[in-house]
Write a protein that binds this ligand. Structure first.
Ligand code: GDP
Ligand code: MG
Ligand code: ZN
Length: 310
């Protein structure tokens, strides 16, 4: 980790490790600012923004933090092969959910003869979000990206493998690894390693191989931002509880008919909503299981101490 007196490898204090067993979000993640005592991490300072997913560890209900304090969430998508709408939309929902400012960076412009037309199309999937066209090979558009990398800012690259994330990092001149975290899972040792590089201008860049396939636990607010176009239309439907199917006066269906809104956009919005609802339900089930286990342990303890006769 990075300290005023240079890089440092620090272990997590036992008390914090113990807490992280039942509350994984308490464990330090890449991008965190932490409190050190005697060379050990004793506390994670409040996070400004946070990428998280449901913990994979069985028996836990809590979320696992993948990256903290990211300022700009960069959705990296290649222009060649063609940009993938569903993937961009999913990552944008995740970006909005994190609290960071989303940005779309299209890569490999040198391989795409129709980069501007593609940019227009992608912009339709990203309402309210800047979409940049870049090439790490020719350097095209990199200065646009640097404009987001002001000193002290942390950018996080989200995108599928092969999208050109590492090439972007290299093209922007990032090299030195300044961060690494180690997390203890339940009963086993997990090493979390994500690269945090510092750019010449004093910004930080986080390359995240693990973020691409994760479920979108985007809440209502994040989805409303990611699908601001659909949301705005829905405001104009005749019925407040319009489901945008066959209701009369549905502004969303009207927009689809007139070609103003792509039907795919509505389907994508619905899909992510269903997914978010499913994740929320699963989290509820997990919480209930944890609660039951707690009661069972308590009963056992009470019986053992002989205060209650079975
Ligand atoms: N032509 C071209 N190829 C690129 C560009 N950026 C990346 N690539 C190539 O795409 C492949 C995947 O790039 P990489 O940066 O490793 O992707 P990552 O998996 O997202 O980190 C590599 O073969 C790169 O050389 C670009 O701007 N232009
Ligand atoms: Mg890479
Ligand atoms: Zn409607």
């Amino acid at each position: 980790m990075r300290t005023p007196s240079g890089p440092l490898r620090a272990a997590v204090a036992p008390a914090l490790l113990a807490r992280a067993l039942t509350e994984p979000a308490a464990a330090p993640a890449v991008g965190d600012s932490v409190l050190l005592d005697d060379g050990r991490v004793v506390e994670v300072l409040p996070r400004r923004t946070c990428f998280q997913r449901l913990s994979a560890a069985p028996g836990t209900s809590a979320v696992q933090v993948l990256a903290a304090n990211v300022d700009v969430a960069v959705v990296v998508e290649p222009l060649q092969p063609e940009p993938h709408a569903g993937r961009v939309e999913r990552l944008l929902a995740l970006a909005w959910e994190s609290g960071a400012q989303p940005l779309v960076v299209l890569t490999k412009a040198d391989l795409a003869p129709d980069a501007d037309a593609l940019r227009e199309e992608v912009a339709g999937w990203a309402p309210g979000v800047d979409v940049l066209v870049t090439s790490s090979s020719t350097g095209e558009g990199l200065e646009l990206l640097t404009a987001y990398a002001s000193p002290g800012t942390t950018l996080c690259l989200l995108g599928p493998s092969g999208a050109g994330k590492s090439s972007l990092v290299a093209a922007l001149g990032g090299a030195a690894v300044v961060g690494e975290t180690r997390a203890d899972g339940k009963g086993r040792h997990t090493t979390v390693h994500r690269e945090l590089v510092e750019l010449a201008g004093g910004a930080f860049l986080l390359d995240t191989p693990g973020l691409r396939g994760i479920g979108v636990a985007a809440g209502e607010e994040a989805l409303a931002l990611a699908f601001a176009d659909v949301e705005a239309l829905a405001q104009r439907c005749r019925f407040a509880d319009c489901r945008h199917a066959a209701e009369p006066g549905c502004a969303v269906q009207e927009a689809i008919e007139s070609g103003e809104l792509a039907e795919r956009r509505l389907a994508s919005w619905r899909k992510l909503e269903r997914e978010a609802a499913w994740i929320a339900r699963r989290q509820d089930v997990r919480l209930q299981a944890v609660e039951r286990a707690r009661w069972k342990a308590l009963h056992k303890e009470v019986r053992r101490s002989g205060r209650v006769r079975p």
